[in-house]
Design a protein around this ligand. Sequence first.
Ligand code: PGA
Length: 263
Amino acid sequence: MEIIIAPTYEEMSQISAQFIAREIKRKHDLVLGLATGDTPIGTYKELARLHNEEGLDFSKITTFNLDEYIGLPPLNKNSYNYFMQDNLFKYINVNQANVYVPQGNTEDPEEFCEWYEAQIKRVGGIDLQILGIGGDGHIGFNEPGSSFASRTRVKALERQTIEDNARFFDREEDVPRFAITMGVGTIIESKKILLIANGAKKARIVAEFIEGPVTCQITATALQLHTHATVILDETAASKLKRKVYYNWVRNNKHIIQKMVGR
Ligand code: PGA
């Protein structure tokens, strides 16, 4: 994993948006996996700015979101469908026909999950998957104990996730207890992965997922098995990493390494 530590949330967001923009410029019909939550909001704002001010073109991309609460229709303001429209899609020129977000109010979740996997396969897989990390180490809603082989499916949410996400709802009882989520297996098949995390409350889990043992008790550790995973952190989220000096050295000397391998 390449670890990039930015001084602030704003700079973390700029670096991650530039990363995504580079991939879109390289492949106009990029298949982009998207995440929700507080973490990517700054990245999405910066992508919208790159579209408005620098003409970054999203018209040919296809997007797949990681997850959605079961029971919330797309127009519910707490649904991830709504979040994506509100924080990104309405600001860019993405073709809505190429936007996939799991449907929380589907009548047959199991059939829907199979269909979702088939759509990812149909477009040739995800080129770049964006991820946040939950306080319990989850990616998507792959709570502790999720198999690294898991596919898109219905998952019961952990107590900690319900508490973490209660801030968006009027009452904790209103937080849905189930979600549809891409599986860990689905996520790690993506050709590239970019995980972003910020804030002191993520520092412990960030250190565990980057420098601790691989375990399905912290599903983000699956990224240690991936060949093209990048992690962008702000200083506070990086504060408990033991090998920070090394990560910074590698970043600052990347040009030397690239020269050596002829890239
Ligand atoms: P957050 O959520 O960005 O709101 O912290 C991250 C996650 O649960 O994956």
